[in-house]
Design a protein around this ligand. Structure first.
Ligand code: FE2
Length: 292
């Protein structure tokens, strides 16, 4: 895989459709204290504190109405208009239709649909909200990564490295691929499935101590953890998984993820899949629902 020019600054947001955005938003507000606002066309826009120094992003996770859980859009921030041009050129060279400057959306952006049916938006960063959120011991800080199910994970990984300049950090056999935008071990991951969809959306908390607070908070509210606490092998992050019982939208809360700070000297890791230890080096295996 070639090491393309880095073209995106961060994974900014994901929009998914669920049968009832209001109910799913309320679950995530109640369980994890996300800030929820009503956005365009009744969409629920969820956010949290955001990256240090950037301010509170307009949205990190948007929930729109659909028949079933599906990915509606992945949004990446880029630094400059010429990077949008370069992304547009790369997408068009692969036969994809690139749309620019959709009227009324208030963003300098381009959109295309990737070869596996996933809509992608690349935009110049939008202004953060002008006021910080109230402090919370439960709310995650920022969007960390999105883990997607796709029919061809190797090809999808190559596409995002070539067109968006993401970097391959690690792969498990030829089935799971972990890509990074900058120093985080991964911001986008692909796993095999018959149809494209989201497996989970991951938000970072400060550290291990937050897990106790979140798990106790969720228990007090009558919610349950789907899987964890544990520690993944790829990325090495601590995790718990929280799944909306109605929509089945799954959120990972993580901390202590590996960083790739030596960009020039880093070589992608390839491991073979160990069904137990790859998912959780501490041992306990996931419930069947996690492997669907
Ligand atoms: Fe994850």
């Amino acid at each position: 895989m070639t090491l393309a020019t880095r073209l995106v600054r961060r994974l900014a947001a994901i929009e998914v459709s669920v049968a009832n955005p209001e109910d799913t938003a309320e679950f995530l507000r109640d369980a994890l204290d996300f800030d929820v606002r009503i956005g365009m066309a009744g969409r629920r826009d969820l956010t949290a504190e955001g990256d240090y120094g950037v301010g509170v992003p307009d949205r990190m996770l948007s929930l729109s109405e659909g028949t079933d859980l599906a990915v509606e859009e992945l949004t990446f921030d880029v630094d400059a208009p010429d990077m949008l041009d370069e992304i547009a050129t790369g997408a068009a060279a692969r036969g994809l239709e690139v749309r620019r400057g959709e009227p009324g959306d208030g963003e300098t952006a381009l959109t295309f649909v990737d070869p596996w049916g996933l809509p992608v938006r690349c935009r110049l960063p939008v202004a953060p909200r002008d006021a910080p959120l109230d402090p919370s011991d439960v709310r995650p800080r920022r969007l960390g990564h999105v883990n997607l199910k796709v029919p061809e994970p190797a090809a999808a990984a190559a596409f995002y490295c070539d067109v968006l300049g993401l970097r391959l950090t690690e792969q498990l056999g030829d089935r799971l691929f972990f890509l990074r935008v900058a120093a985080d071990h991964h911001n986008l991951a692909f796993r095999p499935a018959n149809e494209t969809n989201v497996h989970h959306i991951a938000f970072e908390v400060a550290g291990w101590d937050n897990f106790r607070v979140i798990c106790d908070h969720m228990a007090a509210r009558g919610h349950q953890i789907e899987y964890g606490p544990g520690r993944h092998a790829p990325g090495h992050q601590l995790f718990i998984y929280v799944t909306d019982p109605i929509s089945r939208l799954r959120v990972e809360v993580f901390a202590d993820m590996a960083r790739i700070d030596d960009e020039a000297g880093y070589q992608p890791i390839r491991r073979e899949i160990d069904r137990v230890r790859s998912l959780n080096v501490w041992g306990p295996a996931p419930p069947p629902s996690f492997l669907e």
